[in-house]
Unconditional design. Structure first.
Length: 358
């Protein structure tokens, strides 16, 4: 595999690389990269054949979008790039976006039509383009009706402002409802889900993955390295003041639990057998998962990007994949177990009847 082993995103005609370049690190911030480093990362990803760039209006207070737009303009590569950005978070969390979006204005965030139109116009200006290939709802606000979201984003598709749209970090039922409404009304529907997914975060397999199959949406994992935990740089009992998972961070201390250390141990064993860094093997596992269309990677250093891209070269045996699957298997709750073969055998009098996708 390589970055030019393209695939379609969900049941659509949008053709993307197996690794998408996430640009949350472009611009100022604790884990950010300056303009020169960001430009080098962008250039290296493009030189390797990658075509999928993912940003958001909230990243680095809008600076990520500004840099991405600048790099695309400098290289004249707009038609070659699948450009994705996001809306949803209120700009009051960022000084730059706050000044543009109105600070504490409640309509400067969320999934309502008013904010979607505002956010998209601001993103288009920063990105120096008149359309976005993929527009993500970054997070559901918990109040906007699904019908309004589908209608607003579908109108933007028909207006040519966006080509496709997807949903990120939302309940599974909301994604299924959006896909159903769009299908029944014959209007554009979501083509992808962006979700936290890695060897230590597989809970979305219970509800979101089946919804993705049923709703014809591709899965795009974010944080496939679990915020750096799966790189192997952390050791049990020695996590203080090391990397982005130490101290205040979006994950809290959720990664430093016994179960995850055991998974990391299994990962390191397989990585040693392959002669590869654990991070590359973790990425290769994510890319190989059924339903995964493109996996989101990020880098604040050029060496990190180069290592991530090298993961496309890895071929694991079925036995190695099975070991990783077994070590990281999530503990299913009752609802997640209802579609399992054991339940079907009970329903069908002891006979195994294959389910959808088996």
């Amino acid at each position: 595999m390589s970055l030019t082993d393209f695939r379609t995103l969900g049941r659509s005609g949008l053709v993307v690389s197996p690794l998408a370049l996430g640009t949350m690190t472009f611009g100022p911030g604790e884990w950010g990269a300056d303009e020169a480093t960001s430009r080098a990362i962008f250039a290296a990803y493009r030189a390797a054949g990658g075509n999928f760039i993912d940003t958001a209006d909230i990243y680095s207070g809008g600076e990520s979008e500004t840099l991405v737009g600048q790099f695309i303009a400098e290289t004249g590569s707009r038609d070659e790039i699948v450009l994705a950005t996001k809306f949803g978070f209120n700009g009051s969390a960022s000084p730059l976006v706050s000044a543009q979006a109105g600070g504490g204005n409640p309509n400067a965030g969320g999934a309502g039509a008013k904010n979607i139109h505002r956010a998209l116009e601001a993103s288009l200006k920063r990105l120096r383009t008149d359309y976005v290939d993929l527009y993500w709802m970054h997070i559901w606000d918990g109040v906007t009706p699904v019908e309004e979201i589908v209608r607003t984003l579908g109108d933007l598709v028909r207006a040519g402002k966006i080509r496709y749209y997807g949903l990120s970090d939302m309940p599974a039922w909301l994604a299924m409802k959006a896909a159903t409404i769009a299908s029944e009304r014959g209007v554009p529907g979501p083509i992808a889900m962006q979700l936290e997914y890695s060897l230590v975060a597989r809970d979305v397999e219970a509800e979101h993955f089946p919804v993705a199959r049923e709703g014809a949406m591709g899965i795009m994992p974010w944080s496939p390295l679990a915020g750096g935990f799966l790189t192997g740089k952390y050791e049990r009992g020695k996590t203080a003041n090391l990397g982005r998972l130490s101290g205040a961070n979006p994950f809290g201390n959720s990664k430093f639990v016994d179960r995850n250390w055991d998974i990391l141990g299994a990962l390191k064993t397989v990585a040693a057998e392959l002669g590869r860094p654990p991070a590359q093997v973790a990425l290769a596992w994510a890319m190989a998962r059924p339903g995964v269309a493109s996996t989101l990677i990020g880098a604040s250093k050029l060496s990190q990007l180069e290592s991530n891209i090298a993961a496309t070269e890895i071929r694991m045996s079925g036995e190695q994949l099975q070991r990783l699957d077994t070590a990281s298997a999530p503990v299913p709750g009752f609802s997640a177990s209802l579609a399992q073969p054991s339940i079907r055998r009970m329903v069908f009098g002891g006979h195994h009847v294959a389910g959808w996708g088996e």
